[in-house]
Write a protein that binds this ligand. Structure first.
Ligand code: TYM
Length: 333
């Protein structure tokens, strides 16, 4: 079956609800119909110089959250990026096919480098999307389930794949499609419903981390910024706060937004928030229990990751050999 690849950076102790609804639930839903690889992209996390002890811890925690969400290592390949050296190798080949200006146009790079300044911005942050393209092309990936914020990186990946095919012949790379589910492609910050929910938000109050204590989560939802007016409607333009809450409500319960809106006819924002807080807490409690289970047995967790790396390596090696040969590198024996 066609292949999917996706990954998340282990840059915080917990994933947030945007990561979960924008990407992780899609990963779980797609793993039966596709040949799936799900990766903890620790090399990408290095671009912001994390503390080594913390990085190791967060890499395991991220993997545990994939498992707790329902990624099944029997059906999918679950692994850590740095365990498959071919990611870095292909990234070099691709970086020699990427224009300096082309890489400089990536909006995430522009945002992050503006924030950190020229001296605080690593070269790794600049080449980050090329490593991401390598992740994807290394597995001849057809489909990449991600949130809206990754769209431009996917476009670059497609451009690179097409360039390779043009330059080195058809079949050098598979051109991947992004899989971005419109309803949940962008979950917004609870305190600023025009900004995406993000690990690097100014205040933690707008973020729901999957491993936050339930009390904190409930409080944050109850104090979410809502709009003027009081009618509960789904109107992204004029009522972005309520639209965001309805999106989360719908995604976690599987109920249509319209049905939820109908339930709250004539009721105020407060009702919706109190109920949504319950919905989120009910989802998080068993999720957190599962994460704790995986983290309490790091040896088993590491064994799952090692097995995944072994399976990933076999695919990666074959692709890299093929591509390197097309580039004119002398075959290794
Ligand atoms: P990362 O770690 O920032 O985010 C992981 C995934 O979560 C999605 N996401 C969101 N979706 C909806 N609403 C939000 N507020 C929200 N915030 C984040 C992201 O779109 C992503 O799907 N560059 C990637 C990691 C990566 C990757 C790859 C992804 C490296 N190599 C290869 C796919 C394929 C990133 O930084 O994701």
């Amino acid at each position: 079956s066609p292949r999917i690849f996706s990954g998340m950076q282990p840059t915080s102790d917990s994933l947030h609800l945007g990561n979960y609804l924008g990407a992780l639930t899609q990963w779980v839903a797609l793993q039966d119909a596709y040949d799936a690889l799900y990766c903890v992209v620790d090399l990408h996390a290095l671009t912001v110089s994390p503390d080594p002890v913390q990085l190791r811890e967060r890499t395991r925690r991220t993997a545990a959250q994939y498992l707790a969400a329902g990624v099944d290592p029997e059906r999918s390949i679950l692994f850590v990026q740095s365990h498959v050296a071919e990611h870095a190798e292909l990234s070099w080949l691709l970086s020699c096919q990427t224009g300096f200006g082309e890489a400089g146009r990536m909006t995430q790079f522009k945002d992050k480098s503006a924030k950190h300044g020229a001296e605080g911005t690593t070269v790794g942050l600049f080449t980050y999307p090329i490593l991401m393209a390598a992740d994807i092309l290394l597995y001849d990936t057809a489909l990449v389930p991600v949130g809206e914020d990754q769209r431009q990186h996917l476009e670059l990946t497609r451009d690179l794949a097409e360039r390779l095919n043009k330059r080195f012949g058809d079949g050098t790379a598979v051109v991947p499609d992004a899989h971005i589910v419109k309803a949940t492609a962008k979950i917004y910050d609870l305190q600023d419903p025009t900004a995406k929910m993000s690990k690097s938000a100014a205040s933690p109050n707008g973020i729901i981390e999957l491993l936050d204590p339930p009390k904190t989560v409930a409080k944050r939802i109850r104090s979410a910024v809502t709009d003027t007016g009081s009618e509960i409607r789904f109107d992204r333009e004029n009522q972005p706060g309520i639209a965001n809450l309805l999106t989360i409500y719908s995604a976690l319960t599987g109920r249509e937004v319209d049905a939820i809106v109908a339930d709250y006819a004539g009721k105020g924002y407060g009702h919706l928030k109190v109920d949504l807080a319950d919905v989120v807490v009910e989802f998080l409690a068993p999720f957190q229990e599962r994460v704790d289970g995986y983290l309490s047995d790091p040896a088993s967790l590491d064994a799952v990751l090692e097995d995944g790396a072994e399976r990933a390596r076999a695919i990666a090696r074959a692709t890299l050999d093929r591509v390197a040969d097309r580039f004119g590198l002398l075959p290794r024996r």
